[in-house]
Design a protein around this ligand. Structure first.
Ligand SMILES: [Fe+2]
Length: 447
C-alpha cells in the first residue's frame, strides 16, 4: 500500500509553491457561497463586505439558516501554519516541529465575526452578494439559530468557549504520562482542557441593520456545569420554529489536559472570568463532564434586565467518565422539546467502572429528567469508538432512493490527470486499489 506518512520530497518547485501559499494566506481572500437544489447545477456567489472579499481568519465551522437569512461565523477553530508543514519523523524534525509550534501557534481570536447574508438577495445570474458584519464578544465554536426571524430578528445561540481551544490537543511534546503496552501515551491526541469557564449566549440581531435587539446580551455560566461547552442536541423532528431547549455536553476541567503550552497561550485571556489561581485549584480538584438542558425563555416574556437563559435540568458524570455526542431521539406521537431521550457516547477508564466494560458505552437519558441519571447503559465488546463528535438520528433506515449519482472515476479523473507523472503513478495506485474498490486498511485480506 502507498505509505501516506512518507515525507514529501523537498524540491525547488515545492519550496516555491510553499512560499507562494504563505504569501497567499495574506492576499488571497475569498468566501464563496454555493447552493444546490439536489439535482440541477450548482449556483455560486462570492460573499463581499462593503464591496471587498471576506477574509476568514480561522474557519467557518458551521452555517446557520433562518427563513430569510444565512449566518456565517469566523469560528474558534483556528488553523496554525505548523500543523500543515510536512516533517520527517526523526528526532531533529521533532525538535524543529516543537520550535515551529512555539513560534507560529497563537490563541484563538477572542471575538466572533458574524456575517449575515439576506437569502432574498441570492439571485440567479448574480455573481456576488453583500454580507452584514457583526461582532459578538467571546469566541464560539458551535452555534445554532432559530429558523423563524420575525421582523427580521435573527436569534443566535452560541457556546462561548472562553479560552477553551478545541484546535489544541495533547501532543508528544506535552504528554508526560507513562506509555502503554503499544508504546503510546494514553492521553496522546486528547483535546486540551479549558483555561476559563465556558458561557452560553443568546443574541438577537436585526438582519437588516446588523444591530443587537437587546442591550444586555443573555449570557449564562455555571461553575458546576459549563466547562468546555462542546456539542449540542435538540429536538429536530418536527423542526422547531424557535429553540426552547438546547442540550449541551461539556468536557469538564481536568489537570491532565492543562498543559504548559495551553497555559502559555491563554494566561492573558482578555475576558478572564475565573482567576488563574482559582482555575488552578478547580483544575487540580477536577470538574466532571456534564450534560444539561439550557432553557431559553421567549423574548416577549422577559423583562429587559431579565436573563432569558437558565439551566433547567442537568447531570454530572461520575469521576473518570467523559461524555460526547449527545443526540435527541423523539418519543413517537409527541412534539414537545423535551419529549424524548438523549443518547450519548460515554468513555471511561477501567478504574472508573466497578463492572468492567471496554470503556465505550452508550447512555440513554430521559430528556425531561436528566438529573435522575441514565435510564439505560449499553456496551458491547465490539463497540469500540474514538472521538465521535457529531451525530444524526433517523426514524427509519431505508435504502437510498435518490437518482443523483456521480461515478467516482469521472469525479476524480481531471484532478488525477493534472498530477506529475511520478505522483500520478503513486496516487493512481491508491485510487485503483483502495478508493474505487472502497477498501479499508486493517485486514490482511485487503493488503
Ligand atoms: Fe463541530
Amino acid at each position: 500500500m502507498l505509505n501516506l506518512l512518507e515525507p514529501f520530497k523537498i524540491t525547488g518547485k515545492s519550496i516555491l509553491q510553499f512560499l507562494r501559499a504563505c504569501i497567499g494566506i495574506f492576499t488571497d481572500n475569498f468566501l464563496y457561497l454555493v447552493r444546490w437544489d439536489g439535482s440541477g447545477d450548482l449556483q455560486k456567489w462570492q460573499v463581499l463586505h462593503q464591496g471587498f472579499p471576506l477574509k476568514i481568519k480561522q474557519s467557518t465551522h458551521q452555517m446557520g439558516l433562518t427563513e430569510n437569512y444565512l449566518v456565517l461565523i469566523d469560528t474558534a477553530f483556528k488553523i496554525s501554519v505548523e500543523e500543515i508543514l510536512p516533517t520527517r519523523p526523526n528526532k531533529k524534525s521533532a525538535q524543529l516541529e516543537k520550535w515551529l509550534r512555539n513560534i507560529f501557534d497563537h490563541p484563538q481570536l477572542k471575538d466572533n465575526t458574524v456575517y449575515i447574508i439576506d437569502r432574498r438577495e441570492l439571485l440567479t445570474g448574480k455573481k456576488s452578494v453583500q454580507a452584514k458584519k457583526v461582532t459578538i464578544p467571546r469566541e464560539a465554536a458551535h452555534f445554532l439559530v432559530d429558523y423563524r426571524n420575525p421582523d427580521d430578528q435573527i436569534t443566535l445561540h452560541l457556546a462561548h468557549v472562553c479560552a477553551w481551544d478545541a484546535a489544541e490537543w495533547v501532543t508528544k511534546f506535552d504528554d508526560a504520562s507513562p506509555l502503554d503496552k503499544t508504546g503510546t501515551s494514553p492521553l496522546y491526541g486528547a483535546i486540551a482542557g479549558p483555561m476559563d469557564i465556558s458561557k452560553l449566549g443568546c443574541h438577537v440581531i436585526n438582519g437588516k441593520t446588523g444591530q443587537f435587539i437587546r442591550e444586555n446580551q443573555d449570557i449564562l455560566m455555571d461553575k458546576d456545569y459549563t466547562w468546555g461547552a462542546a456539542i449540542y442536541a435538540y429536538r429536530e423532528r418536527p423542526f422547531p420554529d424557535r429553540l426552547e431547549d438546547i442540550y449541551w455536553s461539556c468536557l469538564g476541567c481536568w489537570a491532565d489536559l492543562k498543559t504548559p503550552h495551553i497555559e502559555h497561550l491563554y494566561n492573558h485571556y482578555p475576558y478572564r472570568e475565573v482567576g488563574l489561581e482559582e482555575l488552578d485549584e478547580i483544575t487540580t480538584q477536577g470538574k466532571p463532564s456534564t450534560l444539561f438542558r439550557l432553557h431559553i425563555a421567549p423574548l416577549d416574556q422577559v423583562a429587559e434586565d431579565e436573563n432569558r437563559l437558565s439551566i433547567a435540568d442537568g447531570y454530572q458524570f461520575p469521576e473518570g467518565h467523559w461524555v460526547v455526542s449527545p443526540q435527541f431521539i423523539p418519543r413517537p406521537g409527541t412534539e414537545g422539546s423535551t419529549d424524548g431521550y438523549i443518547l450519548c457516547v460515554v468513555h471511561s477508564d477501567e478504574s472508573a467502572e466497578p463492572q468492567k466494560t471496554n470503556g465505550n458505552e452508550l447512555w440513554i437519558f430521559d430528556a425531561a429528567d436528566l438529573k435522575s441519571g441514565p435510564q439505560y447503559k449499553l456496551w458491547h465488546e465490539q463497540f469500540n469508538v474514538g472521538f465521535t463528535i457529531h451525530t444524526a438520528w433517523l426514524p427509519q433506515i431505508k435504502k437510498r432512493n435518490a437518482s443523483y449519482c456521480i461515478e467516482m472515476r469521472d469525479d476524480y479523473a481531471d484532478i488525477l490527470n493534472q498530477q506529475s507523472l511520478e505522483n500520478k503513478a503513486l496516487i493512481q495506485d491508491l485510487f485503483e486499489n483502495w478508493v474505487y474498490p472502497k477498501k479499508e486498511p486493517g485486514t490482511e485480506q485487503n493488503r
